[in-house]
Design a protein around this ligand. Structure first.
Ligand code: NAD
Length: 269
């Protein structure tokens, strides 16, 4: 039986761990060829490759690029656009966080977070979208955050980068809205806005909160989550993978320019 994404190629940035790896696995399960990218030891990269192969990817390739370097992003896009029919699905997922007040935030952290969480997404989209329009099919999924919709203290560069990413998502959606057709699948650009997702990225925040409870991680976790999320629970990376997979389907051809929260009610308040 042909799988829904057979013949498609997906490039997922920051897919050596966490949400990116889970998205890559979800798309692999639907038959897509997977381009991986991210930082990590050779063992971590090999483990990510093995995971997406096991999930069902017919082909896997690792694109070694530090996305903070515009020239490296361009080189990655040259290679990815020339591989397996080009990039049908682009998932801009790589991201970083650093928490500190505006007054104490190191300037280098501001620059790094804006470079990775926002500018790198522009560098990939500007190369991928024109080719998607030529084919009449394309999906760009930007992994933003609830922090692209609402703010929290001590996250100035992160919140600025994610609000920027949501804004750029809408601009790109409008520019490409008329590309393709219902039959070809169209070109859509959307942002997913997760609240808390259980990955390595948030471990420092859990550890910091646990300090208030004498180092009790479970209490710190509960306190952190319930402060913002009425559901009182985090999403798992595979939940985000499942939503990304739906956005790649034909049924999602007319969903574009959205910023979809997966946040247990955080932004409904
Ligand atoms: P993670 O730390 O597990 O994964 C981040 C990925 O980005 C890794 O593969 C890492 O190697 C890669 N990366 C980091 N710097 C890079 C660089 N310079 N060049 C290339 N790749 C680089 O984090 P995660 O929680 O899976 O986060 C993924 C995305 O989801 C991020 O954009 C994050 O802002 C967003 N997000 C996460 C949460 C959460 O609660 N975990 C919530 C909302 C949004």
């Amino acid at each position: 039986m042909t799988k829904p994404l057979s013949g498609r190629t997906a490039l997922v940035t920051g897919s050596t761990s966490g949400i990116g790896l889970a998205i890559a696995e979800a798309l692999a399960g639907a038959g897509a060829r997977i381009g991986l990218n991210g930082l990590g030891t050779p063992e971590q990269i090999a483990a990510a490759e093995a995971a997406v192969r096991k999930a069902g990817a017919p082909e896997v390739r690792f694109f070694d690029a530090n996305l903070m370097d515009p020239a490296a992003v361009d080189a990655m896009m040259d290679q990815a656009l020339g591989w397996g029919g080009g990039v049908d699905i682009l998932v801009n997922n790589a991201g970083m966080q650093h928490t500190a007040s505006i007054a104490t935030m190191p300037v280098e952290k501001w620059q790094a977070i804006i470079a990775l969480n926002l500018s790198a997404c522009f560098y990939t989209m500007r190369r991928a979208l024109p080719k998607m329009a030529e084919k009449g099919f394309g999906r760009v999924i930007n992994i933003a955050s609830v922090h692209g919709l609402v703010a929290s203290i001590d996250k100035a560069p992160y919140v600025a980068s994610k609000f920027g990413l949501v804004g750029m998502t809408k601009v790109a959606a409008l520019e490409y809205a008329a590309a393709g057709s219902r039959d070809s699948g169209g070109v859509t650009v959307n942002a997913i806005c997760p609240g808390w997702v259980e990955t390595a990225l948030i471990e420092p925040q859990i550890a910091l909160r646990a300090e208030r409870f004498g180092g009790d991680r479970a209490k710190g976790y509960r306190d952190l989550v319930s402060e913002k999320e009425p559901s009182g629970r985090m999403a798992s990376p595979s939940d985000i993978g499942a939503l990304a997979l739906f956005l790649c389907s034909g049924a999602a051809h007319n969903i574009t320019g959205t910023a979809m929260p997966v946040d247990g009610g955080w932004t409904a308040q």
